[in-house]
Design a protein around this ligand. Sequence first.
Ligand SMILES: Nc1ncnc2c1ncn2[C@@H]1O[C@H](COP(=O)(O)OP(=O)(O)OP(=O)(O)O)[C@@H](O)[C@H]1O
Ligand SMILES: [Mg+2]
Length: 269
Amino acid sequence: MIIGIDIGSTTTKAVAVESGKVVKTIKTKAFDAITSATGALGKMVSESNMDIKSVEKIIITGAGSVNIKKEIFGIPTTKIDEITAIGLGGMYLSGRDCVVISNIGTGTSIIEAKRDKITHLGGTGIGGGTIVGLSKELVNSTTFEHILDLAEQGDLTKVDLLIEDISDSEISFLDKKSTAANFGKMLDSAKREDFALGIINMVFQVIGMISVFAAKSRKTDTVLITGNGSKNMIGRKVLSGISGLYNIQFEYPADAEFATAIGAAISGR
Ligand SMILES: Nc1ncnc2c1ncn2[C@@H]1O[C@H](COP(=O)(O)OP(=O)(O)OP(=O)(O)O)[C@@H](O)[C@H]1O
Ligand SMILES: [Mg+2]
């Protein structure tokens, strides 16, 4: 059995892979990289009744992996760079040999994965961390689930300047309800619910648009969404709007938040 551990900037993900198949996934959060990695392995072993002796190797990746300098619990431990891990994980989850991946974590990276080459196309610092960070001041909440609950009740027309606010008709292919400027209206009556929705909408519109340009530049009409951001249902709705406008399909594979950890584990085959 091979364990892949992805020590992300916010959360740590671990997967167990046996004969090329994912058999167990776990998430955890710890203050430092060593505690994250050892904790992830410990949680994996205790939750699945696996024998730690059956772990032949551990492959770590993610921002925090640079801080791991020794093997973990005497098990051979190696590292793989995060971009390669996302690329391998994306191909595994999509079942395709050529795929553009938008990995929405704390920040966002866009990768083109092909069997013979994995390319970091670019990305943006706009990501899940932006939602949590801006919400601290504007929404007065740092609990992710609470931010989502508030956003569910939000009204975007109170914060965003829409096409209908500036024009009596559609502009090009943008209908009247499209955003003309994120946070460009900000009515005095706007509430925290509206700010929460405005923040998530802005983050996913930016990610959606750079994903569209990345996909078009690589001559594909599909983008695989991975990272914890793929589980944000309000974000998915925003991406679906972009999908309709630009003819790009966004795909959400199961276990998308584990793509990086899966890529690390299967790199060891
Ligand atoms: N229960 C949760 N706790 C914290 N963040 C969550 C939770 N659920 C979803 N999120 C969102 O997921 C983001 C983190 O995503 P993810 O775990 O994929 O990133 P990461 O791998 O730690 O970061 P990166 O890949 O950018 O280094 C958070 O910023 C937040 O927006
Ligand atoms: Mg990550």
